[in-house]
Write a protein that binds this ligand. Structure first.
Ligand code: FIX
Ligand code: ZN
Length: 420
């Protein structure tokens, strides 16, 4: 049934907040991964986004901060960002959204009550509650065979025992720290050497192929610095051309590139010390042109790259742009990006991923983004209505299913996962 003008906004917002989501890039794990799955109040407060924000209010010695227990760090951050100042940043407001949605009394400001309430829950219970509250159906993890905590779980065959969680094979070291990757590969029994020999290429391919199969990885993923350039006479281009693209094609999976990070500009902040960096969109253009049958999932970190990258997706159907990554995952940027992506690409985009590291973050990251996506779509449907094009509720549902769920699986050629 066609919607009336005054029904459009409410319908778009309601469906945007309830449509099941596939979260196609996270740093979350299923409960089988034990300590790798982060959840609870202290993990939430020590999220690296909040760590860097807290240091703006303090001359605390970095090393002293890192020597504190997690609980002490959480207390310190709570004091700085929530008590001494108002929690108006995206990450701080997000923490409040989580408390509220979990049914805790936000107005009490009693951190120990919040801790206690969550500590009474089991991890399985919390995973189920959060997925239900956030409307998340499927979660893609970030999986690194070089991680000594993660590798044994895969080798014991338990890596993919929860059907709601999917794997993505992360290959950063192979592209960005080859000497380290050589050591890791050698210790795993692959006969590689620093020089780019035929045997090394064959062994890297064997490694990638075996781990894609072991993980049933949906895609290969890497985050790149902004000065990534392609094609070049360098290690990265050789690795991509000789090993990664051939294996992706053999296995029929996309290659995901997250471009524009400058790691550790302030090393004392550890994970919180990474910076955003302008990137060269023409590297992606060259890849899409050279490999028209290879699918690329791409996101960039600099705001200045977003428009050009979106235009590029109009030129190459093998390019799917996704998410508002990291420092762009703030309400003003999500709105700006969602609006011009829809204006340039219609609904053929994956507007958001969460990048969550702590499980309950799914609640705020998706709630905040869903509202914006609903609002932007409502503006567009209302405009269409006034031109005489009247959408139905089923059509709005279809569009949101595409953006929040189906586009990802369709791009992978795995629509069958949607019925699971
Ligand atoms: O490289 C990545 O996948 C980044 O998303 C992370 O490294 C980053 O630390 C992060 O958590 C961003 O949201
Ligand atoms: Zn990430």
């Amino acid at each position: 049934m066609e919607l009336k003008l005054n029904e459009i906004r409410e319908t778009a917002l309601r469906l945007a907040t309830t449509t099941p989501v596939t979260d196609m890039h996270t740093h979350l794990y299923s409960p089988e991964y034990g300590q790798l799955l982060l959840w609870g109040i202290d993990e939430l407060l020590t999220y690296h986004y909040l760590i860097s924000e807290s240091f703006r209010w303090s001359n605390e010695d970095y090393d002293h901060f890192w020597s504190m227990t997690k609980r002490e760090q959480a207390d310190w951050i709570w004091q700085k960002l929530f008590i001494d100042h108002s929690p108006v940043s995206e990450a701080a407001t997000g923490f409040i959204t989580i408390l509220q949605r979990l049914g805790l009394d936000v107005s009490s400001r009693n951190l120990n009550d919040y801790r206690q309430a969550l500590e009474q829950r089991s991890v399985n219970e919390q995973v189920n509650t959060v997925m239900e509250l956030a409307g998340i159906e499927k979660i893609v993890m970030t999986n690194d065979p070089f991680d000594p905590l993660e590798r044994p779980i895969w080798l014991s065959g338990k890596g993919k025992s929860d059907p709601r969680f999917y794997a993505a094979l992360r290959v950063d070291a192979l592209l960005n720290d080859w000497p380290h990757a050589v050591k890791e590969l050698q210790s795993l029994g692959y006969e590689v050497q620093q020089a780019w020999t035929e045997q090394t290429v064959a062994e890297v391919r064997r490694f990638l192929g075996e781990w894609i199969v072991r993980m049933d990885a949906l895609y290969l993923a890497v985050s790149m610095p902004g000065d990534f350039s392609y094609p070049e006479e360098d290690h990265r281009s050789r690795m991509i051309d000789d090993a990664m693209i051939p294996v992706c094609q053999e296995q029929n999976i996309p290659f995901a590139l997250m471009i524009g990070v400058r790691r550790r500009v302030n090393p004392a902040l550890k994970l919180a010390g990474d910076m955003s960096m302008l990137s060269d969109v023409s590297a992606v253009e060259a890849l899409c042109r050279r490999y028209p049958n290879q699918k690329f999932l791409v996101t960039m970190l600099a705001r200045e790259n977003q428009h050009e990258l979106t235009v590029l997706a109009r030129k190459f159907r093998n390019l799917m742009i996704f998410g508002c990554w990291w420092f762009l995952h703030i309400e003003s940027m999500v709105e700006e990006m969602t609006r011009f992506r829809i204006e340039l690409l219609g609904t053929s985009v994956i507007p958001q991923h969460s990048d969550c590291r702590v499980f309950e973050q799914l609640i705020y990251k998706w709630e905040h983004s869903r509202k914006i996506i609903g609002k932007v779509l409502a503006d567009k449907y209302e405009k269409l209505y006034l031109s005489g094009w009247h959408v139905t509720e089923a059509e709005i549902q279809r569009d949101l299913d595409d953006m929040l769920n189906h586009n990802f699986w369709r791009f992978l050629g795995k629509e069958n996962e949607l019925s699971k």
